[in-house]
Design a protein. Structure first.
Length: 358
């Protein structure tokens, strides 16, 4: 097949990890007779420097025209001034919103071979295999915000708004995905306090009627945060609003052992999606060639699966990553004695890919 992929490497370690994922995709193309074409575009801090905006028009147009977008990371201390009008994150948030990518899929399946690198006891990680479906274009991230004078000086506000339609479409997707898994959806909210959460719960219960074969349970976000590090193996599909999902997925990364390992897919109504590792731009290690490319390479696997419908190819990439990790091929974040560099890790995964499934 033919597919066009827009790359937005972004800032910090973004370009280093995206490069490795691109090489993996090229290898997949060669091996399976697909033609993937790549274009590269500015997003985030580098776009602010070059164009004065975090999401230049040409970047948005290219992402709209592509079959899929592969993103590195945005942000860094250079653009961290809290009073700045333009911020790198606006590029990412603007892209998610403009492409209407309302669902962010973040699978967490720690490899047994890596259980020693997690700070959690191995028995807490055993059997963990869940998928977080995070709402991505609503809630506090996109509600009205501002500052105004107050009696004691100044006050600031952010607003959380959710409509039934916004809740239903993401909850429905969670149920559909649960059908292909262990058929359990945990809807996470704060319904004991927030009105948006009470509506969320109500819509989740209504939507569940369309899926009688899938079990629905509700959990408050604070206790879900605890259960993630005590009994995470009980989870199958978690579905939650934007901000809760942001926080819970960083926490969930601890189960896998490193933020550098986890991929994500952001999807909307059509096949086009945005794929990115869940880690940030890691400015402290940028430019040293030591970042872990696995999260981005696994995001490329999700791209093959969800945007290009190439399931076999996606599974092949995941198997190659697992084999490399199981053989002890690790980057520095995984605590290896003689760690591989970013490009060595990428090359190792490509070699496993060439060898094919065992
Ligand atoms: C993520 C990130 C982003 C978010 C930031 C960079 C805006 O933390 O993708 O999880 O909060 O969504
Ligand atoms: Mg986050």
């Amino acid at each position: 097949m033919k597919a066009s992929i827009a790359l937005t490497p972004g800032d910090g370690i973004g370009p280093e990890v995206v490069q490795e994922a691109r090489l993996v995709l090229e290898e997949v193309g060669r091996r399976h007779g697909h033609h993937f074409s790549f274009t590269e575009h500015l997003l985030g801090g580098c776009a602010i420097d070059a164009r004065g905006t975090a999401l230049p028009d040409e970047t948005l147009a290219a992402c709209r025209a592509a079959d899929a977008v592969l993103l590195g990371a945005v942000g860094g201390p250079k653009w961290d001034d809290p009073t700045a009008k333009v911020r790198p994150e606006q590029g990412l948030l603007g892209l998610r919103k403009a492409l209407q990518l309302y669902a962010n899929l973040r699978p967490v399946r720690p490899l047994p071979a890596l259980s020693h690198i997690s700070p959690l006891k191995p028995e807490r990680i055993k059997g963990v295999d869940f998928l977080v479906v995070r709402e991505l274009t609503g809630g506090l991230y996109f509600g009205a915000r501002g500052r105004r004078p107050s009696e004691d000086g100044e006050q600031a506000f952010d607003t959380m708004i959710y409509s039934t339609g916004e809740i239903r479409r993401v909850v429905r997707l969670a149920f559909q995905l649960a059908r292909g898994r262990r058929k359990l959806v945990t809807s996470i909210d704060k319904a004991n306090v927030l009105e948006t959460s009470r509506l969320w719960r109500q819509v989740a219960i209504e939507t569940a009627k369309e899926f009688p074969d899938v079990k629905l349970e509700h959990q408050l976000v604070d206790s879900a945060a605890m259960r993630l590090v005590t009994h995470a193996a009980q989870f199958d599909v978690l579905v939650t609003e934007n901000m809760f999902g942001d926080i819970l997925t960083d926490e969930a990364a601890v189960l896998a052992g490193s933020l550098g390992l986890l991929p994500s897919a952001s999807l909307g109504a059509g096949p086009r999606g945005l794929y990115e590792p869940i880690h940030g731009s890691a400015p402290d290690i940028a430019g040293q060639g030591i970042a872990n490319p696995v999260g981005t390479i696994l995001s490329a696997a999700m791209l093959l699966r969800h945007s290009l419908c190439l399931e076999k190819e996606a599974a092949g990439v995941e198997a190659a990553v697992n084999r490399a990790l199981q053989e002890g091929k690790h980057t520095a974040d995984l605590g290896a004695k003689s760690p591989l560099t970013t490009s060595q890790m990428g090359a190792t995964i490509r070699e496993r890919l060439l060898a094919g499934p065992r």
